[in-house]
Design a protein around this ligand. Structure first.
Ligand SMILES: Cc1ncc(COP(=O)(O)O)c(C=O)c1O
Length: 369
């Protein structure tokens, strides 16, 4: 069983402010008069109302539900995930930070692939952890996190946690369910697997029994930033066993989610047909983009996400294309990590498919050896 930091294994810390929604549920009735907190002050908010309208303004007076029950109920019903296996927080990034705070202390070792989603390493180092980064598995048509190398590093370095983005950013690679279970089995018993499934909604098997399951020794993360289009409002969720979530709740910033964010997420989750259509449109555009660049001879990596990765012959060329596109007002993504400097990432938005939009990249591909 993976371990927690010593200071979290006792009784506390106890959240001093569970919030009015939690209190109401505890006593089983509504509390109509808020006379003891700094919420609901009598400010008319004329300027806000004028700018955003009454419906939005009604949400600004009070803290959000610290247990995010409405959102969890909807996620649970739609994906068949038990309610007690769900924790909601301010985006997958916040959940990465929360998972690190829950599992690691300064000086402990964590492992992730060199060049994968960089926020994990950034947060881990900010928390004083030692970061070990095995390289990607590279072969013709393949750029994938190397699961054997991750497990080997975890053993060699006595790691407390291994991070894996699946599907991966920026390669787009998806490891299948049995590979994930094999990785978990190959890790030391005392090591956590932080499984970042921010792109999980774009998997073709997004709603399988496996994707809904809390796995022992694993903290899974998802986001409403991508398929649900709520990046600016900051909301995501973790799937883990209740005992793990209980420790996460001890160190979670309890009001990190605004009441506006929770309300907006509930509205979007109540319209799953819109989300489904968006996912279908994104996948369709992704395949069009991939086909277009493959026709030009580009090494387009298979992707289970909302973007395509293109592998260039070298980092200098990728850097030059990226700079020239930026100068021409077109922002694509290039990993900052030198290990993946030869990869460019293009999001499957309609704008990317406009003829001529990526002409600089097309020309470079056509003329590169
Ligand atoms: C792999 C991965 N994890 C996490 C995130 C962050 O998601 P959020 O907006 O929910 O913080 C991203 C965003 O691009 C991502 O690519």
């Amino acid at each position: 069983m993976p371990r927690y930091p010593e200071h979290l294994t006792g009784e506390g810390p106890v959240n001093p402010f569970p919030g009015i929604k939690v209190l109401e549920r505890r006593i089983g009735r509504e509390i109509p008069h808020r006379l003891g907190s700094n919420e609901g002050l009598d400010m008319p908010h004329r300027a806000l109302r004028e700018h955003f309208g009454d419906a939005v303004t009604e949400h600004v007076y009070c803290y959000g539900d610290s247990e995010a029950l409405g959102v969890r109920q909807r996620l649970s019903a739609q994906q068949n995930i038990p309610l007690e296996h769900l924790l909601v927080d301010a985006g997958a990034d916040s959940l990465i930070a929360l998972a690190l705070r829950t599992t690691c202390e300064a000086g402990e070792t964590v492992v992730s692939t060199a060049g994968t989603y960089p926020t994990f390493g950034y947060f881990a180092q900010g928390q004083g952890c030692r970061l070990i980064e095995p390289g990607y598995l590279e072969a013709p048509g393949v750029l994938a996190p190397d699961l054997e190398a991750l497990a080997a590093a975890a053993h060699q370095e006595n790691a407390r946690l291994v991070y894996l983005a699946n599907p991966d950013n920026p390669s787009g690679h998806l490891h299948n369910d049995s590979a994930i279970l094999k990785l978990r089995a190959a890790l030391p018993d005392t090591c956590w697997l932080l499984l970042d499934e921010a792109y999980g909604d774009f998997r073709d098997d997004a709603n399988s029994e496996f994707t809904a399951r809390a796995l022992p020794g694993v903290i899974r993360l998802r986001t409403l930033s991508k398929a649900h289009g709520l990046a600016g409002l900051r909301i995501g969720y973790a799937i883990a066993e209740p005992a793990v979530l209980a420790i996460m709740m001890k160190v979670r910033i309890h009001y990190a989610l605004s009441s506006l964010t929770l309300a907006a997420a509930e509205v979007v989750l109540d319209h799953p047909e819109e989300v489904r259509q968006h996912i279908a449109d994104v996948k369709n555009r992704r395949e069009q983009l991939a086909a277009h660049f493959r026709t030009l001879g580009a090494d387009v990596l298979p992707s289970a996400t909302n973007f395509i990765g293109i592998r260039l012959p070298n980092a200098e060329l990728a850097g030059r294309i990226n700079r020239e596109l930026l100068e021409a007002g077109r922002l694509i993504a290039r990993p900052a990590h030198p290990a993946l400097g030869h990869v460019l990432r293009i999001t499957a938005v309609a704008d990317a498919l406009e003829p001529g939009q990526l002409a600089i990249l097309e020309r470079a591909i056509a003329t590169s050896p």
